[in-house]
Design a protein around this ligand. Sequence first.
Ligand code: ATP
Ligand code: MG
Length: 340
Amino acid sequence: MSGKIPATLIPGDGIGPEITAAVTRVLDALGAPFEWDLQQGGMAGIQSAGDPLPGALIDSIRRTKLALKGPLTTPVGGGFRSVNVRLREEFGLYANLRPVKTMVPGGRYEDIDLVLVRENIEGLYVAFEHFIQVGDDPHAVAISSGVNTHAEARRIVRFAFEYALAHGRKKVTVVHKANVLKALTGLFLQAGREIAKEYEGRIAMDDRIVDACAMQLVMNPWQFDVIVTTNLFGDILSDQMSGLVGGLGMAPGANIGEKAAIFEAVHGSAPDIAGKGIANPLALLLAAGLMLKHVERDDLASKLRTAIEQTLQVDNVRTADLGGKVSTADFAGAVIKRLA
Ligand code: ATP
Ligand code: MG
């Protein structure tokens, strides 16, 4: 059909190279249109270029505006800021879309179909942090300030409502802690109420305090539809929500911005299982599905989803985190068989 689409491929650290290899094999079998530009980042970037975010990687994404990215580890010490945060800032990736959907029946919850929209560049992640020395103790006091802007809060809430409209969703829940962090997250709630008015009669809006929301996600997750929240709350709630559908191995994410879109798994580098060939490649594979939709290849995205569902549900082929026993590579092989 259409021609090749240049895209940056970043295997990353820990289980990254294993799951990336599995995912690109599946995408090849699917006939995905991506023409990969392979780039190293994280610890692998330090090894190859002395920088966790090498210039070549940044240049590549500037050119392609599109990336599939494995987990990147930020070196401890050496004064490096979080690589992921820097990437989000560099490309203005203000929206982090994290859908969770039940694909493996028989877990603790059935029929989960939720979307979390996380504000991706503000809040406590701006990391204005420092210590204050008292007496001999240089770390006697730690201080951190968060930053939320009215404009950015409105933009991310609007993103959530637009997503809801475009995907036939009914409700957006704004999650905050406006009772305590009255300025920082009160502003976010206020923006939520403003934007909601524009969608009245089309998309419903309600709000939750983050602690209550966490409890309700366990008691009755089906009451939610689309959730939009600030950076840190989104980080925590999206890991929690992945637990509703089988864990971190099932949770894809899309970082959407003005200058690029970067697709990734919600999970990190999982150093405890790295190199063992047992990681679940599904989170990154589902992220590749989001990437296919982003380039308007919904046909390929749904073909991929069907093959994954058949592999999990008909063939009962699963990695260890889902109670199965196949390797990362064999899981990919099983999906490829279903695609054939
Ligand atoms: P990082 O510092 O890079 O975030 P982490 O130690 O926080 O690494 P995560 O990658 O966030 O580790 O994973 C948390 C746990 O979930 C790990 O113990 C890991 O085994 C498990 N896990 C994460 N991703 C997967 C996966 N794709 N398949 C199987 N298990 C996974
Ligand atoms: Mg982690």
